[in-house]
Design a protein around this ligand. Sequence first.
Ligand code: NCD
Ligand code: ZN
Length: 440
Amino acid sequence: MTPARTSGAHTRLVGTAMPVPSTHARSQRSRNPASNPVFAAVITRLITVPIARAIPTAKTTGAKAKGSRFIVASAPSLARRGAPRYVRPMAADTLTLPLPDDWHVHLRDGAALATTVPATARTFGRAIVMPNLRPPVRTGPEADAYRARIAAHIPPGSGFSPLMTLYLTDTSDPAAVVAAFAAGQAVAVKLYPAGATTHSDAGLTAIRKADAVLHAMEEAGMPLLLHGEVTDAAVDIFDREAVFVDTVLAPLLQRHPRLKVVLEHVTTAHAIAFVLDGPPTLAATLTAHHLLVNRNAMFQGGLRPHHYCLPVLKRERDRAALLAAATSGHPRVFLGSDSAPHETTTKESACGCAGCFTAHAALELYAEAFDSVGALHRLPAFASENGPRFYGLPVNPGTVTLRREEWPSPGAVPYLGGTLTPWRTDEPLRWRATRDTPPA
Ligand code: NCD
Ligand code: ZN
């Protein structure tokens, strides 16, 4: 085991010398024609022998990890030419990171809170709580009342803090919205285009109806959180995010150049490229499930309602672009699980609800996604640092440690009177997160 420090004061990364592909990665490869052992052996020999001669691996050189970066392979031939080379980072078996936050979660209300609040408080210090209740959370006093109902379910000692949001409607009052922000009753406003997703019927019917509210928010520094899909039935469901970006978001940023905007649960290569190329006022959240699977998962051997969420899963090239952005270290990309519970019976139905419950293992699922591309060392920025910076909040005190450990996905979790089925019950979880006790 070779310890290595990564960025962030509380971050430790401890690893084995050689990458250990996850079983998920292995099973992905087994569907690949190149997984034919004879083919693979020939290709491996053709490719790795010359490379191994040119760039010895950490194992052959005993190279140590440096800072938060990759292992520097001390390849004599390259060093001679003054060109230090970076190779795949060590596969870490444990990672300690500052207590992360979830910047987009659905906790629901009433008896559901007994399931959702402890699940999120287990590994997150704060969470942006979606306001799409029935009726929605529209005002400061409504947010206060909802916060109090959540607080009753926060496990003692967890220190978990819900960050409340207001649901934007056609009749939202600009002065009342920014007054709720100034009073600390709400940290942001959520815009659901009417009809875009679960419990969005009270949402905005036309973006220009929000001009005055958005202007007031821009002046006050209050962020706008977007469900970024158009609702026009003539637009293909797989194109609704891209059309939103081009026809709604781009003009909105022109009209409100100082408004802080988070494009939530981004699902396409098009949208994430728009955010990465965008102004410093624009950020994106990414879910774990959109980093781990593509739309094929919804149809694998039959219809899989537990993979159905909105915005709907997209193509493999989109998933790859999201994962590249998440692991790039870009400061305006951060964690938002969009964990959205529904009773099992309402998802396994002729008209199943949209939403995946990932809160039982959200941080673990992100770790799996980052580890799949050897980028676990980028998780602290994505999970713990970028979000607070964008929202102007401090990084949480305390740490969480992730350990590589296989454990069975829970098949069903008690929820309301029945159960909910967590996301991806058919594969084990591959990481386990525990909070570290603060030093005495
Ligand atoms: C969410 C829900 O169930 O509230 N569903 C979903 O598919 N993500 C709403 C949302 O965030 O779109
Ligand atoms: Zn959501």
